[in-house]
Design a protein around this ligand. Sequence first.
Ligand SMILES: *Cc1c(COP(=O)(O)O)cnc(C)c1O
Length: 376
Amino acid sequence: MSIQVLKPKFEIEECLDAVRECLEMGWTGMGFKTVQFEEAWKEYTGHKFAYYLNSNTVGLHLAVQILKMQNGWIDGDEIITTPITFVSTNHAIMYENLHPTFADVDDYLCLDPVSVESRINEKTRAVIFVGYGGRVGQLDKIIEICKKHDLKLILDAAHMSGTCVNGVTPGTWDGVDVTVYSFQAVKNLPTGDSGMICFPDAASDKLVRQLAWLGINKDTYARSNKGTYAWKYDVDYVGYKYNGNAIMAAIALVQLKYLDRDNARRRQIVEMYNKSFANNPKIKIVGAPNHKECSYHIYELIVPDREGLLGKFAENDIYAGVHYRDNIEYSMYRYAEGTCPKARNISEHIITLPMHMWLTDEEVMQIANIVNEYVK
Ligand SMILES: *Cc1c(COP(=O)(O)O)cnc(C)c1O
């Protein structure tokens, strides 16, 4: 059997029962399970507000759009961001005609506070921080910098479902202006595609609900519960169709029950990998400051010959990956060439080892042995 780098594991019978409930009730769109999941997510994370979306990508777009609207930013204003991420993070800035300014990463592969501070100029309006692999990195220092320079802070928490620091969800920290999660198919809390956006205040939460639903000032669920004027609504903005649906939320509600169990298993796998590589001087393990509470969405190593190791794995029917290629290597972000040397070096040497709920301890050791035999 081949081993994939990422592979979701669903509680199939429970998910099917939950989906069946939606089908029997005749409610598969926005509302019902989406509202239940928002409540469950707030309860689980400690966020005060949560709105369910069809992806993290659209959530990042809305985060940038809303902060732009509320703070009077203009086209061409800059947001400092990381080159080591999935392109969604940086596209979100472009959707709103703002400019991604790349800062370099630290040893956790998260934004480096020193580099971030060096990129600030009179056009800088915000920072997008990616909790890479569930790591909190130096988010506390980034928050201080944002406060000092009056910048907004967006947290791309696509990898951070279940991540804590001393029992607290980093997205709820004072100074984080908006947090966006992903429940895409291979993320820690898998659905088909969906996401959650969490603002700390009621006004932004209200606005995001409206913008994600075509700019309409009442949602169908609210309308279905009102009397004869249910059909009547106004449209205040050119909004988008970004809302999540009850089928995905039904799956999410089931998977949420198992998130802590799954993340604990991820940490077990990390321990096994870390122990196997601890004495190999050619391999660099990527640490996490919140190691014991990290969601470890992915497990990555820095190795001298990444391409060779990928080939070695393929020979063994094992599929490793690369998360992520330095975004500055992509045509559209090449304008920043040369600005983030550490990220470029990582981009050339990073490899993502298999990490998911299907892996047995034996497979983890087999993978570790292949690495240690090849990298020496
Ligand atoms: C997966 C991912 C996204 C996009 O999430 P979707 O829900 O697929 O839109 C954004 N940022 C990072 C870092 C991701 O890993």
